[in-house]
Design a protein around this ligand. Structure first.
Ligand SMILES: Nc1ncnc2c1ncn2[C@@H]1O[C@H](COP(=O)(O)OP(=O)(O)OP(=O)(O)O)[C@@H](O)[C@H]1O
Ligand SMILES: [Zn+2]
Length: 749
């Protein structure tokens, strides 16, 4: 989040600079027809021009720097926000007012350089010599002397400093002054029609003026502040506060990213392809009466390329791309969020067919019940409601697809996932070795590599092996750091040593954020996960396995095995026991391969799960013979404040029975894994090599699962569906129903 606010701060700085330029420059850009074009942007002063040229694409369309993630890669800062019409003239006005007031102060202060003279001096130096052009009585007590323009050089007193200066003298009263002046002129024999003209003038002092204008100044200042503030993220300002902040990427000039620029994530690409096909040929779908998916949630850790994938989707479909961050809907004013949502969709309809991308959807899409219901977040809720209304509202004719990115799919409001809304869920994980290789190939492209590294493919392979756990953004960062390092040495090419340094740097940076495993830890995690997977493979009631991975996840898990639990509302005792065994598989495998003295803390999460399962089996499900068919209630949620509704004796019995159940399961697991020791090794070694293994890999290594049972229906279904037309992977969240507790088995340290 720090980096995000940094980015915002950069935007602010830029806009202030641009604002300063607005005030002093004439408006002379020819208007062009794009929505957010520089229509109202004035010419920039010469010295700023060069700076902005590189930021602002020639097409006039507002564009984010091609790599929007300047927060990670040292890219040029985002361009200054466009100001829309209204806001601009408003702020221009304000600046102009401020400038003229400043000028006024300036001029009134310079007039104080004028010199006071006496009446006598006035008479002898000016009046008697016929130099006076005009007299101005100011505020009734002071007379300003205006000399003829040819009076230069004959000044009194004869100092060059006063050549252009003004003179004045004080008077007691206007009547007395007029009389005195008349007399003097009469004395000089000036005919009455040639007498010196006298003007009367009321003037305020600078301080007086400042005081009188203070309220106005304050108001102007406030307006300026508001408009600065509003425009600091993009196109805002007080009059456009309810306008959408989305950045529009024109399909021809800006959305140049294609799927080929997005390395890896083949499954995600395949899934999102459906949107591309629809946007390209909507008629084909409509003809058949097909309902078009409205949107998809792209979830995954930061920097895994969610934004990139969404943009590439627009690129493939060659449609405009509207990008906005969920946090930009959140304002302190009531109603602004929903008005921005409305505006966003109105905009999208204008540009249809197009893709809207809402990054960080969790900022508005948080589950309404999870928000802490103290009436606190009505505004966010109404924003979310508006989003739902808009998504429901537009017909398929509109051809607008909404993609949303999030790192926290678990906190999203279920309402968002209903059919007709974000009904697709595309999970994007950190890349595995081959994914990383692909990403390296993309980002090595622009680098000028040393001859010794001319085999880019093997370089990418080598780097991919060295960077477990890196996200796409981290990899982009490594490539950039390497180039920077080479530049610092003033060398001509990027060399191997530059990459080593860059990787080190990024790892140091990463160690704070997420974890990067040491080789030893990686081995432990691989055997742990292999234990789960093999256990599941040979247990009758285990859920079908989708994927095993030893890529650390943002949640703190070091590795995970993902299963697809069938829809099941009941769980039999054998199913429960099998699940406990499978969950214990990780720890047991660690023990078998590294010895009981070397077991790690990695199984804590597993152990928590099985303890809970065993406890519920005994205390709630009546599955234990000794305890009997009783259920003491107390669901998981209420566990904390739960006063035990049973006696101490029962508590002891429960303790013993839970432990007995678990140790029995532990022994059973150990037997199973000892029997399949070779299989565990096979799986673990493949995991170490590939970091991610799929169901297909498992079948190749271990053969088909030996059981035919309820879960096998699911296996069959999977066999039929996977590979051809891929369905969305199950959500990576734990199902709240206790009977399906193992959608995924994760291991926390
Ligand atoms: N699969 C990939 N192929 C090529 N480059 C990638 C890939 N994934 C990420 N990158 C690089 O990382 C950068 C950041 O990715 P992106 O902004 O799409 O991540 P994100 O998942 O949207 O992050 P966040 O959650 O922080 O918004 C991209 O601009 C690109 O340079
Ligand atoms: Zn585990």
């Amino acid at each position: 989040m720090l980096s995000r606010s940094l980015r915002a701060a950069t935007g602010l700085r830029l806009s202030v600079r641009a604002g300063a330029a607005y005030a002093t420059q004439p408006r002379s850009n020819p208007p062009n027809n794009s929505r957010e074009s520089g229509k109202d942007e004035p010419d920039l002063p010469k010295d700023l021009e060069g700076f902005f040229k590189q930021q602002r694409p020639a097409g006039g369309q507002k564009q984010e720097s091609s790599n929007s993630k300047s927060k990670r890669n040292p890219q040029p800062p985002p361009p200054p926000p466009p100001n829309n019409n209204f806001n601009f003239s408003n702020s221009q006005l304000a600046w102009a007012a401020a400038a003229s007031f400043a000028y006024f102060l300036y001029s009134s202060s310079t007039s104080s350089s004028s010199r006071e003279i006496t009446w006598q001096e006035f008479r002898t130096a000016f009046l008697d010599k016929g130099l006076v052009d005009k007299l101005i009585v100011v505020n009734g007590h002071r007379v300003r002397v205006k000399l003829h323009s040819n009076a230069t050089g004959t000044m009194y007193p004869s100092s060059a400093a006063f050549v252009t200066g003004d003179y004045y003298f004080s008077i007691g009263s206007i009547e007395a002054f007029e009389r005195k002046l008349d007399d003097a002129q009469a004395e000089l024999g000036i005919p009455s029609h040639e007498r010196i003209p006298v003007a009367y003038h009321a003037e305020m002092s600078a301080i007086q003026t400042a005081l009188d204008f203070a309220p106005t100044i304050l108001t102007i200042g406030f307006l300026v502040w508001l408009s600065r503030r509003g425009s600091s993220s993009s196109g805002g300002g007080i009059f456009s506060i309810g306008k959408s902040r989305a950045k529009l990427y024109n399909k021809d000039t800006d959305v140049t990213v294609k799927f080929k620029d997005v390395a890896g994530m083949d499954e995600a690409k395949e899934e999102i392809m459906e949107f591309v096909k629809f946007l390209k040929e909507p008629a084909k779908y409509e003809k058949l009466g097909a309902k078009i998916p409205r949107g998809a949630i792209l979830s995954g850790p930061p920097g895994t390329g969610k934004t990139l994938l969404a943009k590439a989707t627009a690129g493939e479909a060659s449609v405009p791309f509207l990008s906005v961050s969920g946090s930009e809907f959140v304002e302190m004013f009531v109603g602004v969020g929903s008005s921005r949502v409305r505006d966003l969709f109105a905009d999208a309809k204008k540009h249809a067919p197009c893709i809207i991308f809402v990054d960080e959807i969790d900022a508005i899409g948080k589950s309404r019940s999870k928000g802490g219901n103290f009436g606190g977040n009505d505004e966010r809720e109404s924003t979310l409601n508006q989003l739902l209304v808009e998504m429901d509202g537009f017909g398929t004719k509109e051809h607008v697809v909404v993609l949303a990115g999030t790192n926290r799919p678990d906190v999203l409001d279920p309402a968002l996932m209903r059919p007709g809304r974000f009904d697709r869920h595309i999970a994007i994980d950190r890349p595995d070795v081959s994914g990383r290789k692909g990403i390296f190939l993309v980002h090595l492209g622009p680098l000028r590599l040393h001859e010794a590294l001319s085999d880019v493919d093997s370089l990418a392979q080598k780097l991919a092996v060295l960077t477990p756990g890196f996200s796409g953004a981290d990899i982009a960062n490594v490539c950039n750091e390497a180039a920077l390092h080479a530049a610092r040495k003033a060398s001509e090419y990027v060399e191997s040593v530059d990459f080593d340094t860059a990787i080190e740097r990024v790892i140091v940076g990463l160690e704070r954020k997420s974890r990067v495993l040491s080789a030893e830890e990686k081995k432990t995690v691989a055997y742990h996960e292999a234990g789960h997977a093999v256990c599941g493979w040979f247990l009758e009631h285990a859920d079908p396995l989708l994927k095993v991975s030893i890529i650390p996840r943002g949640t703190g898990a070091l590795g995970y095995a993902q299963y697809l639990p069938p829809d099941r509302y009941l769980m039999s005792t054998p199913q429960m026991l099998d699940r406990i065994c499978m969950t214990l598989g990780g720890r047991v495998s660690e023990e078998i391969f590294f010895g009981s003295e070397n077991i790690t803390s990695g199984a804590q999460d597993d152990l928590q799960k099985i303890t809970r399962m065993a406890f519920e089996a005994c205390a709630n499900f009546g599955m234990n013979e000794v305890i009997g068919p009783v259920s003491y209630g107390g669901d998981r949620g209420a566990k904390e404040g739960w006063t035990k509704p049973f006696s101490e004796k029962t508590a002891e019995m429960l303790d013993t029975e839970v432990r007995k159940m678990i140790t029995t399961a532990y022994d059973r697991t150990r037997q199973l894994l000892t029997k399949h020791r070779e299989d565990v090794i096979k799986v673990a070694e493949l995991l170490l090599e590939k970091e991610n293994i799929t169901r297909e890999d498992m079948i190749r290594l271990l053969g088909k699962r030996p059981f035919i049972g309820k879960s096998d229906d699911m296996d069959k279904w999977l066999d039929q569906h996977r590979g051809s037309e891929k369905s969305a992977p199950p959500p990576l969240e734990e199902t709240p129903v206790p009977v399906a507790a193992s959608v995924r088995v994760e291991d926390r340290p």
